[in-house]
Design a protein. Structure first.
Length: 449
């Protein structure tokens, strides 16, 4: 393999925990509250429980693939090997959609949080500035990026615990149960994409496997420790936010009918007022939670796009690393430009939903890959195996399918747009990618990758 397609191995288990939690932790700070108008607290709780089961079983299963085949392409590489190049390509495109569309939604929330402190500055300017800053940091180097991610993730976790400590004493079931099912139990299915936002992108840990010391061991440790932390934080944040004064408090600004991207400050402001020290602390440190996910997903998105370029499924320049920094600079910059376009739509909820379409496709393809590899390659070295096989990956597969059906039913227009993206991608695959490369990754020599 030529030197300008190699990635440095610099990550250990603690940094992997920081990345795994950091990719996701912004989902505690915003996004999930957009499901409450559809489902109310009871429906949202049902959706969150189902999604939590899906993610726990998925991570227990996905770790097997990541440890057995530690490649930056993640599901793209696993599916190509297990299911063939077409489904491998589908998994790769879905992965890129997820990781490229999640950051602009988080950037919008960063802008919303900063706009609370600086109301005279347009939120879009903050979002663009964040994109430029953290794309540059990722180009500079993965070790610096991972250290930064670990620090801001720890601070963001501490802030969530402070938030819970302040709000939990004021929790009441009466407040939590206000208008519990505004659209009946069926609203729980409409809330699924926003429940998924609690955990979306944890699978990105697999994409830094090539940059991990002893990935066959450390990747499974990173996945396990990260999902355990996230489950605890998701339920703690959900109950403590909604149970203060009902769900409408964390969805709408006083006097506004527009959903907010800053639910935790709304809950804290109701209790303590906007001039309190703890409210200011939540804005300042809570912003770090958004930055952790924003920065982390930019990192993993660069690896996903890089892998497509490295194998020739996208323009080759995307598969080259920076000559001195050894980071996928071109892929990072292209992803940023796409993010700018998504930001201009101004529709955070729709951007989240698009990212979730990609994520659920990824989960389905990866679980099918796990089953296929168990059958086709029983002797493959598997340092970690999914427990209680085939039950655990089977549960993840079924719940992913149910979630994708529900998501499509409640989001026809975005489903059509997602379908159009897949159609264009496969048009490129069949019309532009050379036939010899469409035969699958196993046909490419090291110099081609």
């Amino acid at each position: 393999m030529s030197t300008n397609t190699e990635l440095k191995r610099e990550l250990g288990p603690v940094m992997l925990w920081g990345l795994g939690v950091g990719y996701v932790i912004s989902g505690m700070y915003f996004g999930w509250n957009l499901g409450l108008p559809e489902a109310g607290p009871y429906g949202m709780l049902l959706a969150t429980v189902m999604v939590t089961i899906m993610y726990v079983t998925f991570t227990l299963s996905y770790s097997e693939l990541a440890c057995a085949i530690p490649k930056a392409g993640g599901v793209f590489v696993y599916a190509d090997r297990a299911l063939g190049p077409k489904l491998g390509f589908l998994g790769g495109v879905a992965q890129i959609v997820e990781f490229v569309f999640a950051p602009p939604a988080i950037a919008a929330a960063i802008g919303a949080y900063l706009n609370i402190k600086f109301p005279d500055v347009d939120t879009w300017m903050f979002a663009v500035g964040a994109y430029v800053l953290f794309t540059s940091l990722n180009i500079w180097g993965v070790k610096l990026s991972a250290i930064f991610e670990l620090v801001v993730t720890v601070l963001a976790v501490i802030e969530l615990l402070i938030f819970a400590g302040v709000t939990a004493p004021h929790f009441t079931f009466e407040a939590f149960s206000k208008n519990p099912l505004p659209n009946g139990w069926g609203g729980a299915f409409a809330a699924i994409p926003f429940a998924i936002w609690f955990y979306l992108a944890i699978e990105g840990l697999a994409n830094v496997a090539e940059e991990t010391h002893n990935p066959q061991r450390n990747i499974s440790i990173g996945f396990g420790s990260a999902i355990g932390t996230l489950v605890m934080l998701a339920f703690l944040t959900f109950f403590c936010s909604v149970g203060v004064n009902g769900w409408e408090t964390v969805v709408f600004e006083p006097g506004s009918s527009e959903p907010s991207d800053s639910p935790l400050p709304l809950a804290m402001a109701h209790l303590l007022g906007r001039e309190s020290f703890l409210f200011t602390l939540l804005i300042n440190v809570g912003l770090l939670g958004l930055i952790a996910s924003f920065h982390g997903i930019i990192l993993v998105a660069g690896r996903a796009t890089f892998e497509f370029g490295r194998v020739g499924y996208a323009p080759k320049f995307l598969g080259r690393t920076h000559p001195t920094r050894k980071t996928p600079a071109a892929a990072l910059i292209l992803n940023m430009l796409v993010g700018f376009g998504a930001l201009m739509s101004g529709r955070t909820g729709d951007i989240i939903t698009m990212a979730v379409f990609g994520a659920l496709t990824l989960y389905l393809v990866s679980m099918l890959s796990l089953f296929a590899l168990r059958r086709k390659e029983p002797d493959l070295d598997r340092p970690y195996r999914a427990p209680f096989y085939p039950v655990i990956p089977g549960v993840a597969l079924v719940l992913s399918l149910v979630s994708l059906v529900a998501l499509t039913y409640h989001n026809h227009q975005i489903a059509l747009l997602y379908g159009a993206i897949l159609t264009l991608a496969f048009g490129w695959f069949f019309l532009v990618v050379p036939k010899e490369r469409r035969q699958g990754l196993h046909t490419l020599g090291d110099n081609d990758k």
